[in-house]
Ligand binder design. Structure first.
Ligand code: PLP
Length: 391
């Protein structure tokens, strides 16, 4: 489906879907098996146990044959009832979409406004919850890594804020662009539902999504009244007990998941996070050396999986991305919603290393020149200095 023949490999540097490692592709390339047969039960049980390590949870992880949006819906419909108030933080485009979904599901989302330049504000969450004396708010929803802005919310601090307010609301967290890239701890941070997707830090193609579910969330699901069928946790958990699924699972994607989780665990999660932190820092140094501005203006919230870069006033981020695709065969992320044409997003997550980053940053620097965007041609050099100095 390439629009024109091109030698060499396309650089897929959007912040997900990310590049799928050969080992994962090879794992998918096995014959599809009988999903009701005995061998499948062994595979299912092994994967369901293994994947918990990535979420850092002992609780149940549910796997859906769906994109991340499905897992958002699953988190809401399994825990909440029509008319329930839910508190959400406007971190950017994805938080806004989750809120619209909540409205369509007849929940009553309340949005803590944000300027799309930082993560969720724990102090504002605490103050809002303190005001809810009757504990009508049933859930706090936060996007851990806002893929539209490159800002990461501090979930540990959000947890503390909820506790400080003495509020019983559930904590639902979207980790679609952070899981497997940025430190995340479902159990330790007292998260009730973690929502995740396959196509970013997990290095898989799009097509699987996840809910990690706390005991408190499971209890809430017993009385939650939103209609649910496909997304219902109950038959999933019942079938998963023996490694099976209530409906046809995405068998070959599960082979892929098995291989991808092995890769993450072999590298070691801390090393994986460190690798992402390092590439993010090198990218930010490049951006500053170009004389461009990072969309996230709160350094404590800098994302390690992507960097959104603002183009100078009067320039078009979309024209820049089009030039980079045309001349250098690299895809970068576009600006979403109010950031359309104002930012481009560099994905530096997943199956990625120093030279892949340098190729990416070289493509951006050459693109800035080709597209006539004012900049200093010093970004690649700054990133190389940082990487070589911290090899
Ligand atoms: N949440 C975040 C943070 C995302 O980055 C995305 C997709 O990029 C989604 C939700 C939606 O997931 P999907 O497109 O897989 O349905």
């Amino acid at each position: 489906y390439q629009s024109k023949p091109a030698a060499g490999r396309h650089f897929l540097q959007i912040p997900g879907p990310t590049n799928v490692p050969d080992r994962v592709l090879r794992a998918m390339d096995n014959p599809t098996m009988d999903h009701r047969g005995p061998d499948f039960g062994k595979l299912g049980a092994s994967i369901l146990a293994k994947v918990k390590q990535v979420f850092k949870t002992q609780s149940h992880v549910i796997i859906y044959p769906a994109s991340g949006t499905g897992a958002w819906e699953a988190a809401l419909v399994n825990t909440l009832s029509p008319g329930d108030r839910v508190l959400m933080s406007e971190t950017g485009w994805f938080a806004s979409l989750w809120r619209e979904m909540a409205e369509r599901l007849q929940l009553r989302p309340e949005f803590l406004q944000g300027d799309w330049r930082s993560g969720a504000d724990p102090a504002a969450i605490e103050a809002y919850l303190r005001g809810d004396k009757g504990h009508e708010i049933k859930a706090v929803c936060v996007v851990h890594n806002e893929t539209s802005t490159g800002c990461t919310s501090r979930i540990d601090e959000v947890r503390k804020a909820i506790d400080a307010a003495g509020h019983p609301a559930l904590l639902l967290v979207d980790t679609i662009s952070s899981l497997g890239s940025i430190d995340y701890r479902h159990d330790e941070w007292g998260v009730d539902v973690t929502v995740a997707g396959s196509q970013k830090g997990l290095m898989l193609p799009p097509g699987l999504s996840f809910n990690a579910v706390s005991a408190k969330a499971l209890k809430a699901s017993e009385t939650a009244k939103l209609p649910r069928s496909f997304w219902d946790w109950k038959p999933m958990i019942a079938a998963n007990a023996t490694g099976f699924f209530p409906y046809t699972p995405a068998t070959n994607m599960l082979y892929a998941l098995d291989a991808a989780v092995d890769m993450l665990l072999e590298e070691g999660l801390d090393n994986v996070f460190h690798r992402h932190d390092r590439h993010a820092e090198a990218t930010r140094r490049a951006v500053r050396a170009w004389g461009l501005e990072i969309q996230c203006d709160e350094p404590r919230h800098y994302s390690s999986s992507l960097t959104a870069v603002r183009v100078p006033e009067g320039n078009s981020a979309n024209a820049l991305r089009a030039a980079i695709l045309e001349k250098f065969n690299m895809s970068l992320g576009n600006g979403l919603g109010q950031l359309n044409d104002r930012v481009f997003r560099i994905g530096h997550l997943g199956d990625f290393n120093d030279l892949a980053l340098m190729g990416t940053l070289s493509g951006v620097e050459m693109g800035l020149r080709v597209a006539g965007v004012p900049h200093r041609p010093e970004g690649v050099r700054a990133a190389m200095d940082y990487l070589a100095g911290n090899a």
